[in-house]
Design a protein around this ligand. Structure first.
Ligand code: CP3
Length: 341
């Protein structure tokens, strides 16, 4: 047993209790985050290491979670190389001039983290010092999810342009996905070298694909990213939403597979090869209905985990802004208490 329940659970050791963290644990659900945002824009926070570090640590203090996740965004490295992407409030990432042709793909140059995103590396270094035994998770968006924003130009329901490019112009698709894979891998490697002790690859929108389209057009590029991180020896989590039919594929080159709430965890476990740990899978809306409902839903997840020690408790997707932080804190305390070794 090490001093980190999170690292124990994802590396095959027996944790002192089931580790818990929440995707989007920093952010609008916390009054202390909104207080900082009252004076500073989102991108200003991301570009100012002291503010990034403060906002990253807020949920660790408030919830007693077992891991911190760097406060940043999946589009941060794309902005770092100069692409005109803006995060529009209540909408999400929007880009001026969506990518449709090989000339557009040429706008994607390799990233040099020291020069292009120095604030990310400085933030990671501060956090690695300040967090003590609580590991920092570095992250990036996976090639498909980033491609979906670049090609659609904005959040999308059906990914029509992205899937059309994938199917009708395989050479441009390959160029786009290869460049994104290399950019993302370089960005993650830099975070690990700066002090991140685990990484998560967010392929949030991969669930829009059939298993065969995923296997042909997306998996090779995500595996290329994960394989490069594998050389560094830090645990790699691979996450997406509505990926019930992709869980087995997503386990390749991953140490942990994220599971949303649409698949029961015991069913998900049967689809994921034994080498990989699991993470999830509480419905983010279950915590909106008060502590009693939240704890009952958490107990259902725990029952489906059974005696396994390789599960990381989390929501199936991010914390919703309307969430009561007090309920999340009760969920953390409850999971710790119910699973103490
Ligand atoms: O606490 C954490 O999890 C760390 C920080 C984090 C953010 N974004 C901060 C953020 C992480 C890991 C992300 C990843 C991210 N960003 C994903 C993948 C995870 C997922 O949710 O599926 C995606 C798809 C994005 C793109 C994005 N950025 C969206 C859709 C939005 C919300 C826009 C809105 O106003 O509704 C953002 C902005 C963003 N990223 C916020 C935060 C806290 C909100 C900014 C604010 O208003 O303060």
């Amino acid at each position: 047993m090490s001093s980190s329940a999170y690292l124990d659970a994802v590396t095959g050791a027996t944790p002192a209790h089931m580790p818990v963290w929440f995707m989007r644990q920093a952010g609008r659900a916390l009054a202390e985050y909104r207080a900082i945002r009252a004076d500073h824009g989102f991108e200003e926070v991301v570009h100012t290491p002291d503010l990034t570090a403060e906002v990253t640590m807020q949920p660790v203090r408030r919830y007693d979670v077992d891991a911190a996740i760097l406060f940043s965004d999946i589009v941060t490295p794309l902005q770092g190389i100069g692409l005109p992407i803006e995060i529009r409030k209540g909408v999400g990432p929007v880009i001026d001039g969506p990518f449709r042709t090989p000339a557009d793909v040429d706008r994607l140059r390799p990233i040099e983290p020291d020069d292009d995103v120095p604030y990310v590396l400085e933030s990671v270094a501060i956090l690695a010092r300040e967090l003590g035994d609580v590991p920092l998770i570095g992250f990036a968006g996976a090639p498909f999810t980033l491609a979906s924003y670049l090609v659609e130009g904005r959040p999308s329901r059906d990914y029509a342009h992205t899937k059309a490019l994938m199917r009708t112009d395989p050479a441009t698709w390959d160029l786009l996905m290869t460049r994104l894979a290399d950019l993302v891998a370089t960005h993650l490697v830099a975070q690990v070298r700066a002090g991140a002790r685990a990484v998560q690859l967010f392929d949030s929108w991969a669930g829009a694909l059939s298993p065969s389209d995923y296997a042909t057009h997306v998996q090779p590029y995500s595996r290329r990213v994960l394989a490069r991180i594998g050389d560094l020896g830090v645990p790699r989590t691979h996450f997406g939403v509505a990926t019930g039919e992709l869980l087995g594929l997503m386990a390749a080159d991953a140490d942990v597979v994220g599971v949303d709430w649409r698949v029961h965890l015991d069913d998900a476990r049967a689809r994921i090869p034994a080498h990989a740990a699991t993470q999830g899978n509480l419905d983010p809306t279950a915590v909106l209905a008060g502590t009693e409902v939240a704890l009952a839903a958490a107990d259902d997840v725990l029952a489906r985990v059974g005696d396994r020690t390789d599960h990381v408790f989390n929501l199936g997707h991010g914390v919703l802004p309307a969430t009561d932080p007090g309920v999340l804190a009760e969920v953390v305390a409850h999971v710790h208490e119910q699973t103490r070794a």
